[in-house]
Ligand binder design. Sequence first.
Ligand SMILES: Cc1cc2nc3c(=O)[nH]c(=O)nc-3n(C[C@H](O)[C@H](O)[C@H](O)COP(=O)(O)O)c2cc1C
Length: 339
Amino acid sequence: MRGMATLKPAPATSRVPAVAGPGPLALKFCGLDFASPLVLLSGCVGFGEEYTRIEGFSNRDAGAIVLKGTTGKARLGNAPHRVFETPAGMLNAIGLQNPGVEHVVQHILPQLDFTETRFIANVSGSTIEEYVEVTRRFDQSPIDAIEINISCPNVKEGGVAFGNYPDMSAQVVAACRRVTAKPLITKLSPNQTDIRENARRCIEAGTDALAVINTIMGMAVDVRTRRPVIGNVQGGLSGPAIKPIALLKVHQVYEVAGPHGIPIIGQGGITTATDALEFIIAGATAVGVGTALFYEPMVCKAINDGLTEYLHNASLTNVTELIGTLRTAPGMQDCPVSG
Ligand SMILES: Cc1cc2nc3c(=O)[nH]c(=O)nc-3n(C[C@H](O)[C@H](O)[C@H](O)COP(=O)(O)O)c2cc1C
């Protein structure tokens, strides 16, 4: 990974509200005030405190921060190696290492400065009952919104991921919906045949928003030892390598979600303001940054500046005017052909 960041001596805890007033990047997301469309993604910023130790980094540059995936009980995660850098991306199989929901609610949330940005929990589970238990606990906490990561294996169905099947996805969403009135965001998996159908079912089941996309499963082999590099054999691919796939999925999900007014957090390989603009034009209301933070912790400032400059040059007053403005000619072909 490129570059090393300078560590700050101590985190700053100023009490200025994240949203000071309307600006070109400020927007409402599920009724929440976001100072910027940028969302820091789950698993890439610890529990919201990690990057605040880096000189020049501020949580205020993000509209929201999604905390690490949280389960009912603490998990130690997978055997190493857990991450591996690939051309233009990275594979990870962390295995949802986390201290469990009770610890997060009692000991981590009280440390977060909720005036800096919006904090979103990321709920994971091995059974529908576990998703419900974790969602219910976060519902009784100060967290601003709850994202459900439906890409976890369902232990009662032979370990297939909930998110790969519309029926199972909808069951998780409906069950979580029953136990929270907080904004509920469902994070869709790209590892399935028809993401539109899955989005439609999750909307029917009561999700307020969609996050598109989670990582794409892949692997790497060490030819010297002839072993898989990742301890778990397979891992999720993220970073610029997946950006064109993520962009198409956002475009497809927007066709279903747009007419219902369901906002999308577009994500997958966003590194620059141009990347972010592509996702917004394709239909995203907010845009996620994950892997890019590992090699460029100051990326949020650069993206915010680039977005502001684009809006100014295009004589637009707010970033929301760009959402879903993709120009397609009548009759333009949009079907899965290549070659
Ligand atoms: C190291 C790592 C850990 C991750 N952990 C989680 C997680 O706990 N829950 C989740 O929903 N997504 C997790 N993700 C997926 C990211 O939140 C994001 O959806 C994905 O990496 C695509 O965005 P990116 O290409 O900008 O990283 C993780 C990704 C990485 C790289």
